[in-house]
Design a protein around this ligand. Sequence first.
Ligand SMILES: [Zn+2]
Ligand SMILES: [Zn+2]
Length: 258
Amino acid sequence: MLIDFNCPKCGGSIYENHGLQSRSFWVRLGYWHYIINPGLAFNELVLGQRLPSTMCVCKACELPLHHRAFVPCPGCGALHGLEIQKKFFAFGNYFGLFCPLCQKEIPSLSNFTSSLIKLVTRPLYMIPAKPLKRLWLERRRKLAEAEGIKLLAMNSAEKEQGRFAYLKMGVLWGAIMFFVFWIPLLMGFFAGNLDISFFIMVSMMNLVLWMAGGLAFGGSMMFFLERRGNKELHLDMKELTARMNQDDERDGDIKELP
Ligand SMILES: [Zn+2]
Ligand SMILES: [Zn+2]
């Protein structure tokens, strides 16, 4: 899909492609993880989550990653930002992702396990699926109509939101993991199978381990989701051409443009 990228938030035109063909190994790994992890079949089949096959991440926006990642629509070329993604692409997408502006389907990835389940159970839902999909699409259209003209503004709107509390989230996760492992230990202690010094030592180790794990988890989330673009890359086509011409003059010869 050829994408005419013009960032709705900053007007920049340089972007990074996120998807299975992404240039970054870590991004590709994330997408493969979505396909391979069988647990994510639950997210897809029950919660109706779908991952768009392609996302354009603006390299110029000075915003956290999820605020500058856009889902391009192959139908109308719209770039759907976080606000639209939250409203239309988050949950309940049992029939795929559909553009709220033009109703065309937006390609999305399917988890391997959920594809397998869908294939096996196909005879069960084949007949009711068609009218259900029509009803579902109708509902989506109504939802989009209710937003009306606001839809377009949603893509470019940017409310400066408070920073997500990553460390708090990490510590909370660590605390949950601590209790998951500590409760059986406590039960063992009360059952009289464990020596008190052993119990205290293992409890402390457990606490330190999960707190460190929680901080590492929160920290890595912060690192990935808060990565900001570079304002230097904020060039629109006019500036780009101007820079190219400048370079040509400096070199003293004319470069061939592709
Ligand atoms: Zn931008
Ligand atoms: Zn569209």
